[in-house]
Design a protein around this ligand. Sequence first.
Ligand SMILES: Nc1nc2c(ncn2[C@@H]2O[C@H](COP(=O)(O)OP(=O)(O)OP(=O)(O)O)[C@@H](O)[C@H]2O)c(=O)[nH]1
Ligand SMILES: [Mg+2]
Length: 344
Amino acid sequence: MVNKCVGCGVELQIQNQNELGFANSLDSLYCKRCYRIKHYGDYTSIKKHSVSSDKVFDAVMKIEGVILLVIDVTDIDSGLFTGIQRHLANREFIIVLTKWDLLPKTVSKQKVESYLLNKLRDMPINVLGIAMSSDKGKLGLTNLVQQIKRLKIKSLIAVGYANMGKSTLINALIGKQDHLTISPYPHTTLEINQINWDLGTIYDTPGIKIENSFFDTLEFEEFEKYSVQSAFKPKTYQLDSAQTFIIDKIGLINVIPKQNASITLYFSNQLDIHRTKYTNITSYIEKHPECLPLNLKTKRIVDKFDKFDVVFKQLGWFCLNGEFELVEVKTSLIDQVITRKALI
Ligand SMILES: Nc1nc2c(ncn2[C@@H]2O[C@H](COP(=O)(O)OP(=O)(O)OP(=O)(O)O)[C@@H](O)[C@H]2O)c(=O)[nH]1
Ligand SMILES: [Mg+2]
Protein backbone atom coordinates (compact mmCIF):
# COMPACT_ATOMS: atom_id res chain seq x y z
CA MET A 1 0.00 0.00 0.00
CA VAL A 2 1.23 3.50 -0.82
CA ASN A 3 1.65 5.87 2.15
CA LYS A 4 0.45 9.38 1.46
CA CYS A 5 0.90 12.68 3.24
CA VAL A 6 -2.42 13.55 4.89
CA GLY A 7 -1.76 17.28 4.37
CA CYS A 8 -1.17 17.52 0.63
CA GLY A 9 -1.86 14.01 -0.71
CA VAL A 10 1.64 13.38 -2.10
CA GLU A 11 3.13 9.89 -1.98
CA LEU A 12 5.68 9.65 0.83
CA GLN A 13 9.28 8.69 0.10
CA ILE A 14 12.43 8.45 2.24
CA GLN A 15 15.09 8.46 -0.47
CA ASN A 16 15.54 12.06 -1.59
CA GLN A 17 15.27 15.10 0.68
CA ASN A 18 14.98 17.43 -2.27
CA GLU A 19 12.07 15.69 -3.93
CA LEU A 20 8.39 16.01 -3.11
CA GLY A 21 7.00 13.61 -0.53
CA PHE A 22 10.18 13.29 1.51
CA ALA A 23 9.54 12.22 5.11
CA ASN A 24 11.75 10.79 7.84
CA SER A 25 9.70 7.62 7.85
CA LEU A 26 7.05 6.08 5.61
CA ASP A 27 4.83 5.97 8.70
CA SER A 28 4.89 9.78 9.05
CA LEU A 29 1.55 11.53 8.74
CA TYR A 30 2.96 14.56 6.93
CA CYS A 31 5.73 15.06 4.38
CA LYS A 32 8.59 17.43 5.22
CA ARG A 33 7.15 20.17 3.01
CA CYS A 34 3.81 20.14 4.87
CA TYR A 35 5.61 19.94 8.21
CA ARG A 36 7.62 23.05 7.38
CA ILE A 37 4.57 24.94 6.11
CA LYS A 38 2.51 24.04 9.18
CA HIS A 39 5.13 24.56 11.87
CA TYR A 40 7.40 27.26 10.49
CA GLY A 41 5.28 29.03 7.88
CA ASP A 42 8.04 28.11 5.42
CA TYR A 43 6.52 28.50 1.96
CA THR A 44 9.72 28.36 -0.08
CA SER A 45 8.98 24.82 -1.27
CA ILE A 46 5.64 25.90 -2.78
CA LYS A 47 7.46 28.20 -5.15
CA LYS A 48 9.24 25.32 -6.85
CA HIS A 49 6.27 23.22 -7.84
CA SER A 50 3.13 23.69 -9.77
CA VAL A 51 0.54 21.10 -10.59
CA SER A 52 -0.68 19.94 -13.99
CA SER A 53 -4.30 20.96 -14.37
CA ASP A 54 -4.92 18.26 -16.99
CA LYS A 55 -3.82 15.64 -14.50
CA VAL A 56 -6.29 17.03 -11.96
CA PHE A 57 -9.14 17.01 -14.48
CA ASP A 58 -8.33 13.46 -15.58
CA ALA A 59 -8.41 12.25 -12.00
CA VAL A 60 -11.57 14.17 -11.05
CA MET A 61 -13.40 12.83 -14.11
CA LYS A 62 -12.86 9.30 -12.80
CA ILE A 63 -14.26 9.97 -9.31
CA GLU A 64 -17.98 9.57 -8.79
CA GLY A 65 -19.67 12.23 -6.72
CA VAL A 66 -20.87 15.80 -6.63
CA ILE A 67 -18.36 18.51 -7.55
CA LEU A 68 -17.91 21.06 -4.78
CA LEU A 69 -16.74 24.02 -6.83
CA VAL A 70 -14.91 26.42 -4.54
CA ILE A 71 -14.74 30.08 -5.57
CA ASP A 72 -13.10 32.94 -3.69
CA VAL A 73 -15.82 35.59 -3.56
CA THR A 74 -13.24 38.38 -3.92
CA ASP A 75 -12.22 36.86 -7.26
CA ILE A 76 -15.56 35.59 -8.47
CA ASP A 77 -14.77 36.36 -12.13
CA SER A 78 -11.85 33.91 -12.13
CA GLY A 79 -13.78 31.21 -10.33
CA LEU A 80 -15.41 29.43 -13.23
CA PHE A 81 -12.51 27.75 -14.93
CA THR A 82 -12.50 27.18 -18.65
CA GLY A 83 -12.04 23.43 -18.29
CA ILE A 84 -15.52 22.96 -16.80
CA GLN A 85 -17.28 22.53 -20.13
CA ARG A 86 -14.65 20.22 -21.50
CA HIS A 87 -14.04 18.06 -18.46
CA LEU A 88 -16.98 18.27 -16.12
CA ALA A 89 -19.98 18.77 -18.40
CA ASN A 90 -23.23 17.26 -17.12
CA ARG A 91 -21.82 16.68 -13.64
CA GLU A 92 -23.69 17.80 -10.53
CA PHE A 93 -22.25 20.81 -8.71
CA ILE A 94 -22.57 22.57 -5.40
CA ILE A 95 -20.86 25.94 -5.54
CA VAL A 96 -19.30 27.40 -2.42
CA LEU A 97 -18.30 31.05 -2.32
CA THR A 98 -15.51 31.40 0.24
CA LYS A 99 -13.83 34.33 2.03
CA TRP A 100 -16.96 36.45 2.60
CA ASP A 101 -15.24 38.02 5.60
CA LEU A 102 -12.98 39.88 3.14
CA LEU A 103 -15.92 41.79 1.62
CA PRO A 104 -17.56 44.74 3.39
CA LYS A 105 -20.43 43.68 5.67
CA THR A 106 -22.90 45.72 3.61
CA VAL A 107 -22.55 43.50 0.53
CA SER A 108 -25.81 41.93 -0.57
CA LYS A 109 -25.43 38.14 -0.72
CA GLN A 110 -28.36 37.94 -3.09
CA LYS A 111 -26.71 40.35 -5.51
CA VAL A 112 -23.49 38.33 -5.54
CA GLU A 113 -25.38 35.06 -5.96
CA SER A 114 -27.47 36.36 -8.81
CA TYR A 115 -24.31 37.65 -10.53
CA LEU A 116 -22.86 34.15 -10.23
CA LEU A 117 -26.06 32.46 -11.42
CA ASN A 118 -26.07 34.72 -14.45
CA LYS A 119 -22.53 33.66 -15.30
CA LEU A 120 -23.50 30.01 -14.87
CA ARG A 121 -26.55 30.27 -17.11
CA ASP A 122 -24.96 28.93 -20.28
CA MET A 123 -22.78 26.33 -18.65
CA PRO A 124 -23.68 22.67 -19.26
CA ILE A 125 -23.60 21.73 -15.59
CA ASN A 126 -26.28 20.84 -13.08
CA VAL A 127 -26.07 23.22 -10.12
CA LEU A 128 -27.72 21.62 -7.09
CA GLY A 129 -27.04 24.53 -4.79
CA ILE A 130 -24.95 27.53 -3.82
CA ALA A 131 -23.49 27.96 -0.35
CA MET A 132 -21.16 30.37 1.36
CA SER A 133 -18.27 30.16 3.74
CA SER A 134 -16.87 33.01 5.76
CA ASP A 135 -13.94 33.39 8.09
CA LYS A 136 -12.31 30.14 7.01
CA GLY A 137 -15.48 28.14 7.44
CA LYS A 138 -16.30 29.41 10.92
CA LEU A 139 -19.48 30.89 9.48
CA GLY A 140 -21.85 29.77 6.78
CA LEU A 141 -21.23 26.06 6.76
CA THR A 142 -24.50 25.02 8.41
CA ASN A 143 -26.33 25.70 5.20
CA LEU A 144 -23.80 23.72 3.15
CA VAL A 145 -24.02 20.74 5.50
CA GLN A 146 -27.84 20.89 5.35
CA GLN A 147 -27.69 20.79 1.56
CA ILE A 148 -25.32 17.81 1.61
CA LYS A 149 -27.63 15.97 4.01
CA ARG A 150 -30.84 16.88 2.19
CA LEU A 151 -29.41 15.72 -1.14
CA LYS A 152 -27.97 12.59 0.53
CA ILE A 153 -24.57 13.23 -1.05
CA LYS A 154 -22.05 10.60 -0.02
CA SER A 155 -19.13 11.68 -2.20
CA LEU A 156 -17.93 15.26 -2.71
CA ILE A 157 -14.95 16.41 -4.78
CA ALA A 158 -13.66 19.88 -3.96
CA VAL A 159 -12.40 21.49 -7.16
CA GLY A 160 -11.34 25.00 -8.09
CA TYR A 161 -8.55 27.34 -8.97
CA ALA A 162 -5.52 27.34 -6.70
CA ASN A 163 -5.76 29.26 -3.44
CA MET A 164 -9.54 29.66 -3.48
CA GLY A 165 -9.80 27.96 -0.08
CA LYS A 166 -10.62 24.29 -0.87
CA SER A 167 -8.47 22.71 1.82
CA THR A 168 -9.53 25.32 4.41
CA LEU A 169 -13.18 24.58 3.63
CA ILE A 170 -12.69 20.81 4.00
CA ASN A 171 -10.88 21.27 7.33
CA ALA A 172 -13.86 23.28 8.55
CA LEU A 173 -16.35 20.70 7.26
CA ILE A 174 -14.62 17.79 8.94
CA GLY A 175 -14.06 19.87 12.09
CA LYS A 176 -10.26 19.46 12.12
CA GLN A 177 -8.65 22.82 11.54
CA ASP A 178 -5.12 21.48 11.08
CA HIS A 179 -5.76 18.36 9.05
CA LEU A 180 -5.11 19.46 5.47
CA THR A 181 -2.20 21.78 4.79
CA ILE A 182 -3.16 25.30 3.79
CA SER A 183 -1.08 28.34 2.91
CA PRO A 184 -1.46 31.86 1.51
CA TYR A 185 0.26 30.73 -1.71
CA PRO A 186 -1.28 28.84 -4.64
CA HIS A 187 -0.48 25.15 -5.27
CA THR A 188 -0.25 23.96 -1.69
CA THR A 189 -2.22 20.73 -2.27
CA LEU A 190 -0.25 18.43 -4.56
CA GLU A 191 -2.36 15.32 -5.20
CA ILE A 192 -5.93 14.12 -4.88
CA ASN A 193 -6.49 13.48 -1.21
CA GLN A 194 -9.34 11.30 0.03
CA ILE A 195 -10.82 12.07 3.44
CA ASN A 196 -13.52 10.10 5.21
CA TRP A 197 -15.90 12.08 7.36
CA ASP A 198 -19.26 11.73 9.12
CA LEU A 199 -21.27 12.18 5.93
CA GLY A 200 -19.20 10.04 3.57
CA THR A 201 -16.10 10.80 1.52
CA ILE A 202 -14.69 14.13 0.51
CA TYR A 203 -11.78 14.62 -1.89
CA ASP A 204 -9.37 17.54 -1.77
CA THR A 205 -7.71 18.26 -5.11
CA PRO A 206 -4.76 20.35 -6.26
CA GLY A 207 -5.80 23.83 -7.35
CA ILE A 208 -6.09 24.45 -11.06
CA LYS A 209 -3.58 26.94 -12.40
CA ILE A 210 -4.93 30.24 -13.64
CA GLU A 211 -3.27 30.68 -17.03
CA ASN A 212 -1.84 34.08 -17.99
CA SER A 213 -2.67 35.60 -14.66
CA PHE A 214 -1.22 38.83 -13.30
CA PHE A 215 0.56 36.75 -10.68
CA ASP A 216 2.59 35.05 -13.41
CA THR A 217 4.13 38.44 -14.14
CA LEU A 218 5.18 39.05 -10.51
CA GLU A 219 7.88 37.52 -8.34
CA PHE A 220 6.70 34.71 -6.02
CA GLU A 221 7.53 36.85 -2.96
CA GLU A 222 5.18 39.59 -4.18
CA PHE A 223 2.14 37.34 -4.09
CA GLU A 224 1.24 38.19 -0.49
CA LYS A 225 1.38 41.92 -1.18
CA TYR A 226 -0.87 41.78 -4.24
CA SER A 227 -3.35 39.10 -3.19
CA VAL A 228 -6.36 39.97 -1.06
CA GLN A 229 -5.66 38.43 2.34
CA SER A 230 -7.41 40.75 4.75
CA ALA A 231 -10.79 42.49 4.66
CA PHE A 232 -10.95 45.22 2.02
CA LYS A 233 -10.54 48.76 3.31
CA PRO A 234 -12.00 50.45 0.25
CA LYS A 235 -10.75 53.94 -0.60
CA THR A 236 -13.09 56.37 -2.34
CA TYR A 237 -12.00 59.46 -4.28
CA GLN A 238 -14.36 62.14 -5.56
CA LEU A 239 -13.36 62.95 -9.11
CA ASP A 240 -13.52 66.58 -10.15
CA SER A 241 -10.74 66.32 -12.73
CA ALA A 242 -9.09 63.72 -14.93
CA GLN A 243 -7.04 61.26 -12.86
CA THR A 244 -4.85 58.24 -13.32
CA PHE A 245 -4.48 55.37 -10.84
CA ILE A 246 -1.42 53.17 -11.20
CA ILE A 247 -1.12 49.62 -9.86
CA ASP A 248 2.61 49.10 -9.54
CA LYS A 249 3.99 46.67 -12.18
CA ILE A 250 0.46 45.82 -13.36
CA GLY A 251 -1.05 48.76 -15.21
CA LEU A 252 -3.19 51.85 -14.87
CA ILE A 253 -6.66 53.25 -15.28
CA ASN A 254 -7.36 56.69 -16.72
CA VAL A 255 -10.65 58.31 -15.70
CA ILE A 256 -12.04 61.56 -17.07
CA PRO A 257 -15.29 62.44 -15.30
CA LYS A 258 -18.12 64.43 -16.87
CA GLN A 259 -19.49 65.55 -13.53
CA ASN A 260 -20.10 64.27 -10.00
CA ALA A 261 -18.17 61.07 -10.33
CA SER A 262 -16.28 58.93 -7.85
CA ILE A 263 -14.01 55.93 -7.86
CA THR A 264 -13.60 53.33 -5.09
CA LEU A 265 -10.61 51.02 -4.91
CA TYR A 266 -10.98 47.40 -3.77
CA PHE A 267 -7.48 45.93 -3.73
CA SER A 268 -5.07 44.36 -1.25
CA ASN A 269 -4.53 46.73 1.66
CA GLN A 270 -0.80 46.22 1.30
CA LEU A 271 -0.83 47.48 -2.26
CA ASP A 272 -0.04 51.14 -2.76
CA ILE A 273 -2.05 52.41 -5.68
CA HIS A 274 -0.58 55.65 -6.87
CA ARG A 275 -2.86 58.49 -7.97
CA THR A 276 -1.77 61.30 -10.24
CA LYS A 277 -3.31 63.90 -12.51
CA TYR A 278 -4.04 62.47 -15.95
CA THR A 279 -2.03 65.32 -17.45
CA ASN A 280 1.01 64.32 -15.35
CA ILE A 281 1.10 60.67 -16.28
CA THR A 282 3.80 60.96 -18.96
CA SER A 283 6.22 62.69 -16.63
CA TYR A 284 5.34 60.25 -13.82
CA ILE A 285 6.20 57.28 -16.04
CA GLU A 286 9.42 58.94 -17.17
CA LYS A 287 10.43 59.29 -13.53
CA HIS A 288 9.28 55.75 -12.61
CA PRO A 289 9.76 53.65 -15.73
CA GLU A 290 9.63 50.40 -13.72
CA CYS A 291 6.08 51.11 -12.49
CA LEU A 292 4.47 49.67 -15.62
CA PRO A 293 5.02 46.37 -17.42
CA LEU A 294 6.29 46.16 -20.99
CA ASN A 295 3.89 45.46 -23.87
CA LEU A 296 1.13 47.69 -22.55
CA LYS A 297 -2.19 47.28 -24.32
CA THR A 298 -5.06 49.71 -24.06
CA LYS A 299 -8.73 48.93 -23.52
CA ARG A 300 -11.35 51.64 -23.61
CA ILE A 301 -14.23 50.90 -21.28
CA VAL A 302 -17.67 51.75 -22.54
CA ASP A 303 -19.89 51.40 -19.48
CA LYS A 304 -23.47 50.26 -19.68
CA PHE A 305 -24.30 50.99 -16.04
CA ASP A 306 -24.34 54.08 -13.78
CA LYS A 307 -22.16 52.26 -11.33
CA PHE A 308 -19.76 49.65 -12.62
CA ASP A 309 -16.61 47.75 -11.71
CA VAL A 310 -13.43 47.53 -13.72
CA VAL A 311 -12.01 44.23 -12.46
CA PHE A 312 -8.36 43.24 -12.60
CA LYS A 313 -8.85 39.50 -12.11
CA GLN A 314 -7.15 38.00 -9.04
CA LEU A 315 -6.22 41.47 -7.77
CA GLY A 316 -9.39 43.46 -7.14
CA TRP A 317 -11.41 46.18 -8.82
CA PHE A 318 -12.14 49.88 -9.29
CA CYS A 319 -15.80 50.78 -8.77
CA LEU A 320 -16.82 53.79 -10.85
CA ASN A 321 -19.88 55.81 -10.06
CA GLY A 322 -21.22 58.61 -12.26
CA GLU A 323 -20.72 59.75 -15.82
CA PHE A 324 -17.41 59.66 -17.62
CA GLU A 325 -15.87 61.22 -20.70
CA LEU A 326 -13.28 58.47 -20.78
CA VAL A 327 -12.39 55.33 -18.86
CA GLU A 328 -9.38 53.50 -20.19
CA VAL A 329 -7.14 50.72 -18.90
CA LYS A 330 -3.55 50.02 -19.87
CA THR A 331 -1.94 46.73 -18.91
CA SER A 332 0.02 43.89 -20.47
CA LEU A 333 -2.73 41.29 -19.81
CA ILE A 334 -5.74 43.13 -21.12
CA ASP A 335 -7.89 39.96 -21.20
CA GLN A 336 -7.55 39.79 -17.44
CA VAL A 337 -9.49 43.06 -17.14
CA ILE A 338 -13.27 42.87 -17.36
CA THR A 339 -16.19 45.11 -16.46
CA ARG A 340 -19.39 44.28 -14.64
CA LYS A 341 -22.32 46.01 -12.99
CA ALA A 342 -21.08 47.16 -9.56
CA LEU A 343 -21.04 44.20 -7.17
CA ILE A 344 -21.10 46.40 -4.07
N1 LIG B 1 -10.06 35.51 5.13
C1 LIG B 1 -10.26 34.25 4.71
N2 LIG B 1 -9.24 33.55 4.20
C2 LIG B 1 -9.47 32.30 3.79
C3 LIG B 1 -10.77 31.71 3.83
N3 LIG B 1 -10.68 30.47 3.31
C4 LIG B 1 -9.38 30.30 2.97
N4 LIG B 1 -8.66 31.38 3.26
C5 LIG B 1 -7.21 31.59 3.03
O1 LIG B 1 -6.93 31.38 1.68
C6 LIG B 1 -5.61 30.85 1.51
C7 LIG B 1 -5.67 29.61 0.64
O2 LIG B 1 -6.36 28.58 1.33
P1 LIG B 1 -6.20 27.05 0.93
O3 LIG B 1 -7.24 26.30 1.71
O4 LIG B 1 -4.78 26.61 1.07
O5 LIG B 1 -6.60 27.11 -0.60
P2 LIG B 1 -6.66 25.91 -1.66
O6 LIG B 1 -7.79 26.21 -2.58
O7 LIG B 1 -6.71 24.60 -0.97
O8 LIG B 1 -5.29 26.12 -2.40
P3 LIG B 1 -4.44 25.06 -3.31
O9 LIG B 1 -4.21 23.84 -2.49
O10 LIG B 1 -3.19 25.80 -3.58
O11 LIG B 1 -5.25 24.83 -4.52
C8 LIG B 1 -5.09 30.59 2.93
O12 LIG B 1 -4.26 31.67 3.31
C9 LIG B 1 -6.35 30.57 3.77
O13 LIG B 1 -6.13 30.97 5.11
C10 LIG B 1 -11.85 32.50 4.37
O14 LIG B 1 -13.02 32.09 4.43
N5 LIG B 1 -11.54 33.76 4.79
MG1 LIG C 1 -5.37 23.04 -1.03
